[in-house]
Design a protein. Sequence first.
Length: 224
Amino acid sequence: MKIETVLDQLHASVTGRRFFQLFTVFTRCILALGFIPPSIPKIMHRPFTMLPETNPVGAYFSALYNTGFYYEFIGWSQIAAALLLLFPRTAHIGAAMFLPIILNIAVLTCSVGFKGTWLLTIFMSLAALWLNVWEYDRYKPLIFRDRAARARPLPLQWIMIPLFFAMGGAGMAFTWWLIRLGNFPNYFKIGVGLVISGAVFGLIVTLHYRFMPAGPLKKFSDVP
């Protein structure tokens, strides 16, 4: 049995149970409410905490406060994720926004020793992860859906593309030598390094091109 089929059946079984439906709705609402209060002082550009700068947490938030509009941007991001979670039509977008924000906060609170808060943010991160797993059907095309064909191969692509980038590296090396960029003691070694780097980069580009999906999308396989 395909892993796609197993995940489809598992997701259908979980999302079809009333307990998990109620739990998910509750989680959406409680996470949304958890983000609104801390977003307000950031939006209004007010200090988030009164801890002194001698405290690692206070020092961090003082530096964050002094970043200017970035501080406000965090607040707007938090309230946007919260509001999107509150509406069923946009809850999946809110969950996608909420997870990286709360995960970053969780890592921060653990690293600076924010007592008590670190445990709360870890639970919030797990809850946000649950909400994203709940939306498996929306993320499924990112994993399982594919295109019907691959990019058409170019003539001698495994030679011509790396050669093109190797020549680009040689041209760059010559330019550096011409304008004495960096005042390197040995521009020949720099040139050799750039040529080799260009060729390796070209091989990577060729590999990606060789397996690049192209053409119309494949249809989803029927779930038995």
